[in-house]
Design a protein around this ligand. Sequence first.
Ligand code: HEC
Length: 421
Amino acid sequence: MRLAHFGWMGILVACGQPADSDDAEQVVGPTYYEDVQPILNQNCVSCHFTGGIAPFPLETFEQASVVAANIKVSTASRTMPPWKADNSGDCQTWADARWLTDDQIATLGEWVDNGSPAGNPEDAPEDTAEELPGLNTIDATADMGISYTPNDTEEDDYRCFLVDLGATGNQYLTGFEVHPGEARVVHHVVLFDIMDDDALAQAQAMDDAEEGEGYTCFGGSGVNGNLVLAWAPGSPPTQFPAGTGLPLNASRPAILQMHYNTTGGTFPDRTTIDLQLADEVETPSAFGFLVDTELHLTAGQTDVSTASEWSMADLSEWWGAPEDAHFNLYGAFPHQHKLGKSIKVERIRDGEATCLIDVPAWDFHWQQMYFYDHAPIDIAPTDDIRVSCSYDTSTATEDVYWGEGTNDEMCVAGMYLAAAP
Ligand code: HEC
């Protein structure tokens, strides 16, 4: 459990310096206390707190006013808050979307244009922080068991750890909550269910071969494993769509992949993930991955596009589902590497395209699972799925191909599916 925001902080700070209410009344347009602080508290402070992943806090008038111009630019361009899946309504809408309304963006812009006035702390609206729902139960915890200090010779350290889940048997994962140990460095958390004993032995060998805890891994876990959760900073506890759950062998260790970003320094981290498990679920789900392994990108181009189209009948066969299976699609996990610029997934039915997810400005730093905030989308065996990506290869001196390495690329659509009743 935790609070959605910290509305009282600005008020506490303001207590020491009572504002002159006569002056405040003369302010025309939005003021910090009345209009801006509530927006920042609800949409920014979950990362922009002292000691958080963001480079500066946005908890007080003083902190917000020194970066006011930057706030206007980054919200108008929708780079902040970071939320990569289009939530405008042009391509679905998403649960827990960090998405400012056009009115909120206009208010921030107007405040900045007017010289970012403080206004009167007494005008601050009542704090309406809601307690976010947490997990119903915590049935296992994935724990690194040690503290790991990210390597600061690189800006990004990608590290995999074998973690015991401390539960037994084949279960279903129905929800999770990530507790970053050191918020200043934890940029991504991904958990992989290891497929079999061979894969476990391979992971163990990679761990043993490298000095220190864990082993280096970039795109995936390096062994045969299924992604069961992906998290980025600012994401609340996640409950998978009602009635669904992902198979997870809870008695075998899993692989915890950490992406550490050390631009703000390097600090020891011990991240844990609380897992909500069930012995049975109504409709077991799966991540169906569409991976274009034939990717070939010409070097030195600012805009290269690729598209692949898949028939659902073929995909079903590949996933081991009946050829005539109907699915419900609940959400997606889009994935590219660092040259990626955009990724879009569409359902093609009778020649007509329905947008399933659109990431118009891909950013490797902000990848996570997205779930619809509405009913699932039906996928029929006669549908095709089209995945379109674009890249900027101007920094590459050689052609780029599909692969798991930092210099390889990917155009991957992970689809959170369950068989339709
Ligand atoms: C989910 C975490 C998160 C949230 C929520 C968030 N930020 Fe950020 N912000 C960051 C991080 C991390 C950076 C550093 C750059 C990066 O990694 O993208 C950043 C950078 C910035 C910058 C520096 C310029 C830039 O664009 O890089 C500004 C300004 C900013 N944020 C403003 C805001 C505002 C205003 C909000 C709320 C409307 C907000 N942020 C919400 C994490 C967040």
